[in-house]
Design a protein around this ligand. Structure first.
Ligand code: ACO
Length: 428
């Protein structure tokens, strides 16, 4: 007999099914709870609430395991190409050569952006944050492809997927180029995904630009590490928006906004700003550890702690190694890396951090690599978004194909009870 959970409420006993995932994770299925008991559950921040079943990404926070469609993140980051990983996430299997070539060729042929999008882009102030710009431009894409919402059919979804995957890096480089006062670069079809991005970012009309293979390889593995992370804040946002049958562009635009926050994707920017502040302050880390521990001080050690990983973040291990390799290969001596190492060591030996199981997360070292690659701080979260895009798409697709009902949480109301309307003249 399958396992059930019993609930005793107001003297009555109820039984709920327990469901089990392929990695033996268990959940009490309370979908009939309100109908049967009149009660709901409350779990602000969703620390104990599964919003869906999913076959895309498995992670075990206690053991530090992360797998996409069953493949270990360590293997994918070392051996795979970002577009192959994107294919894996979106379609469920690693592509064979023909599937890979087709996928890459379709994406390559969609990298140009409608010139009218430039008019929208040109209206942004030069110092607008690129995450706000990206969210707006991706939302605007729905206007250029109205069949994405007017037909609302899934038959042509592939072309929207290709467009997003292809144009997203192009749009990202527009933001950077504008901030520098440089002309934008058009994509180059002869280049691979990462090299094309680097070319659009850094090539200038006045000289040849050679893509450094070390830089391109590091970027490839950074994008893979960020490609999916199951039901995090931005992915849940994409799914929630998608559950209303909003089109793919609008749903991804909402995900970008969610990722922007400093407690989520914005942390990589916050980490570098924190490390820079420590450097300016003489480089001592103890003062900042004390601030992070002081409950009267809102300061948190950015890049530390994770909602799910409570032993270590497997991505942080890969990234730390990659940071060492990239800086060495590029001959960069970044004092901020030494501060980061010192801070990590001090925190990992500090009772406060040990007790709360706070470890460096993926963003603790990613900013250092981005900086070494020449990417400015305000573009860090955009880099995260480029990596996360296939994950958002895969999760959106899974949601739509599952036919899951519109997401609509409930609440417990704590406001005023019914009261008489008071005319303006009689209000105090
Ligand atoms: N510095 C100092 N204390 C911390 C930190 C930190 N970075 N993170 C958590 N804590 C403390 C909390 O104050 C709390 O202490 P208490 O039990 O004494 O009240 C305890 O550790 C548990 O923290 P919560 O905030 O309840 O943990 P939660 O799972 O809600 O938060 C989060 C996770 C948001 C990532 C948090 O650790 C944080 O703010 N970290 C810094 C921001 C960051 O690096 N974000 C990137 C996350 S990774 C990503 O999005 C890709």
């Amino acid at each position: 007999m399958s396992e059930t959970a019993k609930l005793i409420l107001e003297g009555k006993e109820y039984e709920f099914p327990v469901i089990e995932g392929s990695e033996q994770e268990k959940a009490i299925d309370i979908s009939k709870l309100r109908g049967q008991t009149g009660h709901i559950t409350i779990d602000p921040g969703f620390k104990n609430t599964g919003s869906t079943t999913s076959a895309i990404t498995y992670l075990d926070g206690e053991e530090g395991i992360l797998r996409y469609r069953g493949y270990a993140i360590e293997d994918l980051a070392e051996k795979a190409d970002f577009l192959a990983v994107a294919y894996l996430l979106i379609y469920g299997e690693l592509p064979n050569q023909t599937e890979y070539d087709n996928f890459v060729s379709k994406i390559t042929r969609h990298t140009m952006v409608n010139e009218d999008m430039r008019k929208i882009f040109d209206g942004f102030p030069v110092n607008a944050h690129p995450m706000g710009v990206m969210s707006s431009l991706v939302s605007a894409m729905s206007g250029f492809y109205p069949e994405s919402y007017s037909k609302n059919d899934m038959d042509n979804i592939d072309v929207h997927i290709m467009r997003l995957m292809a144009k997203f890096p192009t749009l990202a480089t527009w933001c950077y180029k504008k901030s520098q006062g440089h002309p934008i670069n058009y994509p180059q079809n002869k280049l691979d995904y990462c090299s094309n991005f680097l070319h659009m970012m850094f090539a200038l009309p006045v000289e040849e630009y050679e893509v450094n293979p070390v830089v391109s390889k590091a970027l490839n593995s950074l994008l893979i590490l960020h490609a999916d992370h199951e039901q995090n804040c931005s992915t849940s946002t994409v799914r929630l928006v998608g559950s209303s049958q909003a089109n793919l562009y609008s749903s991804i635009s909402a995900g970008i906004s969610a990722l922007w926050g400093p407690l989520h994707g914005g942390a990589n920017q916050a980490v570098i700003e924190m490390l820079e502040a420590i450097k300016e302050d003489g480089g001592g880390v103890q003062k900042y550890l004390d601030k992070a521990k002081d409950k009267n001080d809102p300061f948190r050690l950015m890049g530390f702690g994770h909602r799910v990983y409570k032993n270590f973040d497997p991505r942080a291990r890969i990234i730390k190694k990659s940071a060492d390799e990239v800086l060495e290969a590029l001959g960069i001596d970044d004092p901020v890396l030494d501060i980061a190492r010192g801070l990590e060591e001090a925190a990992l030996n500090d009772e406060y951090f040990i007790q709360r199981k706070l470890y460096p997360n993926v963003d603790f070292y990613s900013g250092i690599i981005y900086r070494a690659l020449g990417i400015p701080v305000n573009m860090f979260t955009v880099m995260f978004a480029i990596g996360r895009l296939p994950g958002w798409i895969a999760q959106w697709l899974e949601l739509r194909e599952s036919g899951q009902a519109i997401g609509r949480p409930r609440q417990i109301y704590t406001g005023e009870t019914a009261r008489e309307f008071v005319e303006m003249s009689k209000r105090k």
